[in-house]
Design a protein around this ligand. Sequence first.
Ligand code: GUN
Length: 299
Amino acid sequence: MGGLKSFIFFIIFMALMDGRKVSKEILLNLEKEVNKLHDQYHVHPKLGVILVGRDPASLSYIKQKQKACAKTGIEWEQFTYNTDVSTEEIIEKVKELNEDEKFHGILVQLPLPEKIYTPDVIRAIDPKKDVDGFTAYNLGKMFLSTKFEHLAPCTPMGVIKFLEYYKIPIEGQDIVVVGHSNLVGKPLAAMFLNRNATVTVCHIHTKDLSSHTKNADILCVAVGKPNLITANMVKDDSVVIDIGINRLEDGKLVGDVDFESIKDKVKYITPVPGGAGPMTVACLMENTIKAAKRIHNIL
Ligand code: GUN
């Protein structure tokens, strides 16, 4: 097929969900909110970021988050530690940021080195400043009802906003989530359930993955395995949200979905990079502003 023809084919049969474009729009609106907080309330939303070690993926995530802060006007202060830091030292820092009124959000970049006990670190974060939505308090609220979602986990929230932006219905849909991590799969499944979808969660122990994925109206994949999902595993005209990020040996970034083989079969698909990732960052910015407003009793 010629260039123009295949371009038209691409437009008709598959629509790309553009995370960069959508997040840019969200960030522009958030910038206005930050300006309003400055001008009307003299509130300067500020994020405290704890990074341990120099994991390349973490450094890359942090860079994206810092850029988004700069775009929206959210202040950023980073506390970087060597991998020999103790759990107690990190918890001490978290507690200091909890008490410091200049900070409205606390982000501990994960994963932490193995010798640090991550649940204790997360538990130390004041739920009011838990902009990642990782504490039991915020997860519990999110679990109960959409009404109580305040600081919900950013990646799942980003997926929901992505679907809403493209007017893709959730209620009554058969949704399959592949991956059952605490950061993505589990909270995403709960958020879909609270929006009245029929949800199936698959994971590494699932007996026959494709028997589930083939029935999905919306398939979300967050595993960290390149090409886990191939064309024969997806339903025609379905929606495929790729939340995986994998760096191949040649340095190329890819998701968990074999994009090339699937793209002409489905109605919507997200690219990697440029799909779910920027939506996560936009939701982090939104949570930081929400936290600042709640802390200062601004409606
Ligand atoms: N590591 C990978 N994703 C995330 C995230 O959303 N938040 C934090 N804090 N660490 C991560």
